[in-house]
Write a protein that binds this ligand. Sequence first.
Ligand SMILES: Cc1cc2nc3c(=O)[nH]c(=O)nc-3n(C[C@H](O)[C@H](O)[C@H](O)COP(=O)(O)O)c2cc1C
Length: 312
Amino acid sequence: MAGVTDRPFRQLCRAQGAGLAVSEMVSSNALLWGSKKTQRRIDHAGEDAPVSVQIAGADPAMMADAARFNVDHGAQIIDINMGCPAKKVCNVMAGSALLQDETLVGRILEAVVAAVDVPVTLKIRTGWDPEHRNAPAVARIAEQAGIQALAVHGRTRACAYRGEAEHDTTRAIKAAVTIPVIANGDITSPERAVTVLEQTGADAVMIGRAAQGRPWIFREIAHFMATGEHLPEPAPAEICRVLTSHLENLYAFYGEYTGVRMARKHIAWYSKHQRDGNRFRQRINRTETAAEQLEYVQRYFSVLEEQQELAA
Ligand SMILES: Cc1cc2nc3c(=O)[nH]c(=O)nc-3n(C[C@H](O)[C@H](O)[C@H](O)COP(=O)(O)O)c2cc1C
């Protein structure tokens, strides 16, 4: 997820039980590879295998080059983005816009699969709009091209993030191909993960937004699937411990100036449903240094911990 799944967040999600965490997308435009943004996106130092890097673009030869470039920089899986609805991406016929042109989809996938000797996976939406849910056809093209797993976000491009994700199309895809299928969209709890797995027959689920500020959702799901029981909600002191380590990794990865700014949205997500969260976030958004940010975070969560102990 662009702007979210940077290396510190991927490492945190893996440590909390995610089986795989895919990088932010790297453009296939080689002119951008020297930029600070791309340099950070291709930095996998210390990351657990398998390192999966997502690439985005619409030109088969450029996508093949991008795949080789990323494998040379440590990618052990190449993931192709055909799911992004952003105007910036779709206007150049990349991301989910590609679903409108099945011939081009096939050419891109074949070019990338031929370019590298690591597994290539694909991320799609269910189609361009509700009248054109062609994801099962795209899935067959993907399988024939040698794609090794397919993640499906249960919305069309036209649906953006509106409404509820539907997983019937994912079930149809699962029935149409033999490669592993990963169901995605609005999976926010262990129960929902189990329901979607049962409903679709998918081989795995993929979690996006529900991991923001709640990276422990991965171990919650794994525990529920293994035992049928829920892990207790993490106490404020535990959240503070996870968040503090996350922040320290952000400062180390981005440097203090950018790290403090990148951290603000994560801190907002961790405090989303907590008491006095609004006031806390206003304060956090004015912090300029790592020391100040850490101090406010620790103060806020220790008050929450005290309140919880008093209430117990
Ligand atoms: C801020 C943001 C950035 C995203 N960036 C990407 C991306 O770069 N590549 C991609 O395949 N999907 C991207 N997505 C889509 C998610 O991977 C996922 O398919 C979608 O959010 C639905 O899953 P969820 O309900 O679990 O969040 C992004 C979503 C959000 C909210």
